[in-house]
Design a protein. Sequence first.
Length: 246
Amino acid sequence: MSEIRVGVFGASGRMGSQVVHAVDKAEGMTIVGGVDIGEPRETVGPAQVIVDFTHPDAVMDNIEWAVSHGINMVIGTTGFTPERIARVRELVEAHPKVGVLIASNFGIGAILMMRFAEIAAKFYPSVEIIELHHPNKVDAPSGTAATTARRIAAARDEAGLGPVPDATVHDDGARGAVIDGIHVHGVRLQGLVAHQEVLFGQAGETLTIREDSYDRVSFMPGVVAGIRHIVAHPGLTLEMDDVLNF
Ligand SMILES: NC(=O)C1=CN([C@@H]2O[C@H](COP(=O)(O)OP(=O)(O)OC[C@H]3O[C@@H](n4cnc5c(N)ncnc54)[C@H](OP(=O)(O)O)[C@@H]3O)[C@@H](O)[C@H]2O)C=CC1
Ligand SMILES: O=C(O)C1=N[C@H](C(=O)O)C[C@H](O)C1
């Protein structure tokens, strides 16, 4: 079988450079081009899959371009609101042969953390998220924290839990951002890479689910699995649960 031809948007970035290396080493796929800001996207023209780790301000335009050129995408760039997801859904519906995978985190521990948090959500009235990242991160709160908050909120809704009872806000941001009713706190600190804690509480007990990525190499098996998945799955795939089959 022929190799999957992979292009990378954001190829010189912290993540993009790791992706180039990981795809180069992976069996059954090969790098056909990399693009950075200001460079022509046509460079990756022969690609079957484009991996995008660029910037929340750039990613929607990149998707419009790739999907309209019939190229599948694996997207790790963050900044996806429900409105942005709806637009991507429209695009892939208009190009039914194309697959787009959007995952806010490709690390296995983070994928499990989000799932575990979703399972725990219905058992605890109180919940808060703390995300901790390197200081050069462009966005806050992180995509992982936003996705976790939305999934927890959906699980709470489904279980008939009301709003989190501890959400008093009369301060200068000390209680963090609020996403779908869930408080999210962002820490930016030299020495960190990517970390998150989800704290659950009820009378007399807490549960903390924590994941730490110490090196961006931790995201690479997920990216490679995403590339293999998307060439066989047209349409929109959100997050890694279906890719990992759980
Ligand atoms: N889903 C996941 O598992 C992970 C997601 N991320 C997300 O990935 C994104 C990138 O993170 P990171 O690699 O740390 O960031 P970097 O700033 O290190 O890399 C981004 C790269 O994209 C380039 N770039 C910016 N705009 C464009 C564009 N329009 N076309 C092509 N290239 C462009 C930048 O170029 P220049 O430097 O010249 O601006 C840079 O080389 C963020 O949204 C981050 O949150 C990060 C880690 C894991
Ligand atoms: O910018 C990063 O570094 C990361 N971004 C993603 C996010 O915003 O959740 C994934 C991971 O946390 C690393």
